[in-house]
Structures are given as structure tokens and as C-alpha cells.
Write a protein that binds this ligand. Structure first.
Ligand SMILES: [Ca+2]
Ligand SMILES: [Ca+2]
Ligand SMILES: [Ca+2]
Ligand SMILES: [Ca+2]
Length: 355
């Protein structure tokens, strides 16, 4: 059974959902042989770009069931349906239901999830146009359908959009930026400090590793690494400034793969990956207070998204292995539970970091 062929070749952006699912029911198939899907190469999996560029402390939920959803788009420039974007809406029974979103123009990419208004219950989908340095969002209704466009801002040419987060805890998504000269800061989209607020100037030895709320005050913070091997946080303050906290040293072979709350205390933790193995620094007040082993992901698995896919308040690791998409649900220390959602054609990008 070619479970990986569901969407290849014949996709057209607004085909009815029934058509997309009618060829077989393999999107619902959880009996696939996991081992057979793993690539043959023995190489360590290529890490996705740091989740920093995509992470936002929202539910990543566009259809109002409280479960994170998966956005995907055809990014291959030569594909006739390049730009077609849709989502797998994760259901209570851990299956995925297809929903059409919209179409990206040739220079646009999906940035991630966020809220264009604090009164919105579900997330919108942020779209960045590299040709104009303009950021905006597809506004969604409570069923995950795109109902309109809301412009966020067209940034100056010397500003680089790094990621999304709510950095003043007013419920509306802001934008993390870095200038060509190393000025790190935020574009506040609402509140008393609307507009650009510079945090710090950073040299090339600094790298943005993740965005998350690392002290649990509701404001997103920024985790950074330094070439010397240590990591820490800029904890955002109520006055729009930041305060440094130390995390820990990154061991040889380890990489920060993103942020998520893996022990369910409401504070984001730091995900570390070493080969196939994942674990997390459990974070309190911006400091690493302990280690939580998570487990091995399987050969060739790439962490593409960190979010809560089963609604238990603990973030999970959404993976891709070649064309197969699934989630390792985090069920406590050293306890991962695999759920396979389905497979996509190779023309589909499912990582927010590469969409
Ligand atoms: Ca959902
Ligand atoms: Ca915070
Ligand atoms: Ca936590
Ligand atoms: Ca979960």
C-alpha cells in the first residue's frame, strides 16, 4: 500500500476533502510498519532549523479543539501547484483530517502560528514575503478555514524577521527581529510600546536557539547560545527590556532543537537532541533546574514541530521520517508514545522552519 502517495502528483488546491481522501483511507492508517519507513542511511538525521524561527507559545490550534495542528505547503518551485497550503487538523482520536488553507505567492513562506488579535480563540497563520520584507497573517475561523488577510508590518530592508511570540503577554503575537548590525529586539504589534524595541546588540558568536516562556510569566522569552558552548535566556520584562539568565553548557554533540513544556508546569523547557536521542533541560525562572530524558526518535526522524497534540498540557514532538508524519507523545520521563498520522508526497514541506 503506497501510503506515501496520497497527495503526490494530482493535488489541486481546492479539491474537496472527500476527493483528497478517497483514493484510500491510509491517512487514518496507524498500522504502518514504522521500521520500514526509516531511510536506509545510517547517518545522523539532519536537524531542522532551530525551532526558534517558528516557536510561539500558543496552542498551534486552528480548528478550536485544543490540539496542535500541522501546516503544510508545496514548496518545490517547479511543481505546478507550488504554493498550495493546507493543514492536517489533529482529531481527538489522534487521526489527521485535511483542511485547505490558501495559496502562497512565489516569494512567500509560512512563518508559523500566532494570534492577530487577543480576542481570537484559535491561531492564525503568519506568512512572510521575502521580496517585500512584509509580514502578515491568514486569519482563520474556528474551523481552520482562512477568512481573510491581516497585515502586520513591512519591515525596513535592514531588519530580519526571526520568529513569533507574545513578548508583552497581551495575547497578540509580536515579532522577534534582528538588524543586519546585530540589534536584537521585538516589534510589538499592540500595547503601550507598539513598534520596534531594541533589546541588545549581539556579535556573530551569539545564536538564537528558541522562543518560549522560560519563567512562566506569560511573556515569551528568547533562548540563546554562544560559540563558547553555553546557553542562556533573555527574559522579557514588563518595561520592554530583557534580563539575562544562565541555562547550562551544551555538551559536545548536543544541539538545542527548540522549546516546549515537557513536564507540564506551564514553563517552557529546552529540548536537546544528540543523534536520535532527545532530552530536555527543565527550566525554572530562566535557569536549567534539572534534566528530563525523553527518548530515542528513530532513525532519520526530524523534529519539525513542538506542540501539544493530545491536549494533556505537555508538549509533544511532531516528527517527519522521509514522507511519514507522526508524533512522539511525551508521557513522562523516558516515555514516548508514537502515533503515525499519515504520509505526504515529497513535494510537501511540513516543517515550519522550511515552509
Ligand atoms: Ca486543532
Ligand atoms: Ca517569560
Ligand atoms: Ca516545564
Ligand atoms: Ca501532549
Amino acid at each position: 500500500m503506497m501510503v506515501d502517495e496520497i497527495y503526490s502528483g494530482s493535488f489541486s488546491a481546492y479539491k474537496a476533502e472527500e476527493e483528497l481522501l478517497s483514493s484510500d483511507n491510509s491517512i487514518l492508517d496507524t498500522t504502518v510498519d514504522w521500521e520500514s519507513l526509516a531511510p536506509v542511511e545510517e547517518e545522523a538525521p539532519a536537524l531542522a532549523k532551530p525551532a526558534a524561527v517558528v516557536r510561539v507559545s500558543t496552542d498551534q490550534d486552528i480548528d478550536s479543539n485544543g490540539l496542535a495542528d500541522i501546516i503544510m505547503a508545496i514548496t518545490k518551485s517547479t511543481h505546478p501547484n507550488r504554493g498550495s497550503a493546507g493543514a492536517w487538523l489533529i482529531q481527538e482520536n489522534q487521526t489527521a483530517k485535511w483542511g485547505n488553507l490558501s495559496t502562497l505567492n512565489a516569494t512567500s513562506k509560512i512563518m508559523g502560528f500566532g494570534k492577530t488579535s487577543s480576542s481570537k480563540a484559535v491561531d492564525d497563520i503568519y506568512v512572510y514575503d521575502a521580496a517585500t520584507n512584509n509580514l502578515g497573517a491568514w486569519v482563520t475561523d474556528e474551523n481552520g478555514k482562512v477568512t481573510g488577510w491581516k497585515n502586520v508590518n513591512k519591515f525596513n530592508d535592514n531588519m530580519n524577521v526571526l520568529g513569533l511570540g507574545d513578548f508583552n503577554a497581551d495575547g497578540q503575537t509580536d515579532v522577534l527581529l534582528m538588524s543586519d548590525y546585530g540589534d536584537l529586539g521585538v516589534w510589538f504589534t499592540s500595547g503601550a510600546k507598539t513598534g520596534w524595541k531594541r533589546f541588545q546588540s549581539l556579535g556573530k558568536e551569539w545564536h538564537i536557539a528558541a522562543i518560549g516562556d522560560f519563567n512562566g510569566d506569560g511573556r515569551d522569552d528568547v533562548a540563546l547560545t554562544h560559540d563558547a558552548g553555553f546557553a542562556g535566556c533573555y527574559i522579557t520584562q514588563a518595561d520592554g527590556t530583557v534580563k539575562w539568565t544562565n541555562l547550562d553548557n551544551i555538551k559536545s554533540g548536543q544541539k538545542i532543537a527548540g522549546a516546549g513544556d515537557f513536564n507540564g508546569d506551564g514553563v517552557d523547557d529546552i529540548l536537546l537532541q544528540q543523534g536520535n536521542y532527545c532530552g530536555a533541560w527543565i527550566v525554572e525562572n530562566g535557569n536549567a533546574k534539572g534534566w528530563m530524558g525523553l527518548g530515542s526518535l528513530g532513525n532519520g526522524a526530524v523534529v519539525e514541530q513542538i506542540g501539544d497534540f493530545n491536549g494533556d498540557g505537555v508538549d509533544d514532538l511532531r516528527l517527519r521520517v522521509d514522507k511519514a508524519i507522526g508524533v512522539q507523545l511525551v508521557k513522562g520521563a523516558d516515555k514516548l508514545e508514537w502515533h503515525y498520522y499519515g504520509s505526504v508526497g515529497s513535494e510537501w514541506s511540513t516543517s515550519l522552519a522550511s515552509l
